[in-house]
Design a protein around this ligand. Structure first.
Ligand code: ATP
Length: 465
């Protein structure tokens, strides 16, 4: 059973150290969130799993880590300076500002909002009497374009000539390095370049926890193909990404694919689809796949004056700009989805209810917890020895918890989704045969609650199973 409300997740994340409100001791900064120790582990695991799947395990994709700050001409060439806008509407009653298309989407569904032109948004909000989320009035202005790029100044002199932008997507860092990568990596089409990094958008209406924030992390691939191969590459990526999300443990009942209508397509795209997840507030975009054609390389050739063409290795006279398929994943939305999906409340035989995060073991923030039954010195010493053994002989992330009753500690480990707990008891140190034989420990399985007695010498082998 996944979480049925966002509040369940927000409160568990705060309580257990996954995600905290940003700048909290100063009263916060609206819609900013900090990943705590467990959230950082979970997010890192998701990113590592992504990198492993799409970079390390594929001979046709290489990685990149480009700068957040880029020459402002990049954003003129990409179209972001003139086109990266969202429709802003003002409530005439309370003067609050909102993203008009999202208000319509919430009320009438994503299909209704997606095809609207700018000048239709204000009239539709008024005609449908869509209420202001702040004051419930329905007296809206016409929508106007609002550019979402964050501006800042480079250097010590603050004037317009020094204006630069925080990147609104990681993709452009890949396009501006296309030539460098081509020259250094001996790649042949089709090939991809992948990167993970922060992006910044001055969203008009951020919210729904980490779903929409102004600072977020993307995991993007630009996959370059021959123009003829691009349709097949698009379909291949659609399947590959769908399978990746299923492999993370997301139930396909709550996933769907939504193709964009012609009217909804971005200026650079000839075909786009989103993978959407059914969040507690409704369907929302988790991932986007776009056919960018040769739009970006054409623009960067034009604005930079550099030749960005690819030379066919079999026919050096054949030079052309490759076409691009872009799978674009949101790291934060992926983590949020995993948190919602993993959440479960289970009634136990004794009538109590336990909350358990059923993370897929390959992304759980902790692999194992070591729990000495009491704080008595010989038990702690033995538990430390077992901790050292596992951390030295494996790459597992191991929690070490000695505080509170064993029942409370199991509950905590269930709530942070640790697949296995190892309990060191008086049997382990040879002081109580009834608890178990000397040099054996109990392994408790998070999901089945089954407890097995295992020899310490076999622990590493058992944990690898
Ligand atoms: P939306 O329609 O929700 O604004 P988008 O279509 O603008 O999203 P893309 O430009 O396709 O999003 O970005 C790719 C991915 O980056 C999205 O699928 C999403 O996972 C993530 N993303 C985009 N904007 C945000 C944001 N403000 N906060 C968190 N993640 C985001």
């Amino acid at each position: 059973m996944p979480a049925t409300s966002l509040d369940q997740i927000v409160s568990l994340c705060k309580r257990r150290g996954f995600i905290f409100p940003g700048s909290e001791i100063y009263g916060g900064l609206a819609n900013t969130w900090d990943y705590g120790p467990l959230g950082a582990e979970l997010k890192n695991r998701v990113k590592q799993h992504w990198w492993q799947t799409f970079v390390r395990k594929r001979a046709d994709i290489v990685g990149l880590d480009s700068s957040i700050l880029m020459n402002p001409k990049v954003w003129e060439a990409s179209g972001h300076v003139s086109n990266f806008n969202d429709p802003l509407v003002d409530c005439k009653e309370c003067k609050e500002r909102f993203r008009g298309d999202k208000l319509i989407e919430e009320k009438l569904g994503v299909e209704a909002a997606a095809v609207l032109k700018l000048d239709q948004i204000g009239p539709m909000l008024n005609a449908e009497k869509i209420p202001c989320p702040n004051c419930s009035g329905h007296n809206w202005t016409e929508a106007k374009q609002f550019n979402m790029m964050f501006e800042t100044q480079q250097g010590v002199v603050k004037d317009d000539s020094n204006v630069i932008y925080l990147r609104p997507e990681t993709a452009q860092g890949i396009f501006v390095n296309f030539k460098n990568i081509l020259q250094t990596m001996r790649l042949r089409l089709p090939f991809g370049v992948a990167q993970i990094g922060k992006a910044f958008r001055n969203e008009i209406t951020p919210g729904n926890f980490t779903f929409r924030t102004r600072e977020f992390e993307q995991m993007e691939i630009e996959y370059f193909t021959e123009p003829d191969g691009s349709k097949k590459a698009f379909d291949d990526w659609k399947k590959t990404v769908w399978d990746w999300y299923i492999g993370l443990g997301i139930d396909k009942k709550r996933l769907r694919i939504r193709e964009h209508d012609k009217e909804e397509l971005s200026h650079y795209s000839s075909r786009t689809l989103d993978i959407e997840y059914e969040f507690p507030w409704g369907w929302g975009e988790l991932f986007g796949l776009a056919h960018r054609g040769d739009f970006d390389l054409t623009q960067h050739e034009k604005f930079s004056g550099e030749d960005l063409k690819y030379t066919d290795p079999n026919d050096p006279k054949k030079k052309f700009l490759p076409h691009v398929i872009e799978p674009s994943f949101g790291a934060d939305r992926t983590v949020l989805t995993i948190l919602l999906e993993a959440y479960d409340e289970e009634e136990l035989e004794n009538g109590e209810t336990r909350t358990v995060m059923r993370f897929n073991p390959n992304i759980a923030p902790m692999d194992v917890a070591i729990l000495p039954l009491s704080k008595k010195e010989p038990l702690i010493a033995k538990a430390q020895e077992v901790f050292r053994q596992i951390t030295e002989e494996t790459n597992l992330v191991v929690d070490f918890d000695i505080t509170g009753s064993i029942g409370k500690r199991y509950r905590r480990q269930d709530e942070i989704g640790t697949p296995r707990c190892i309990t060191i008891d008086f049997g382990t140190i040879g002081e109580d045969k009834e608890q178990g034989a000397k040099d054996t420990v109990t392994i408790r399985d998070r999901d089945s609650l089954k407890q097995d007695r295992v020899k310490i010498t076999e622990l590493v082998k058992v944990l690898a199973e």
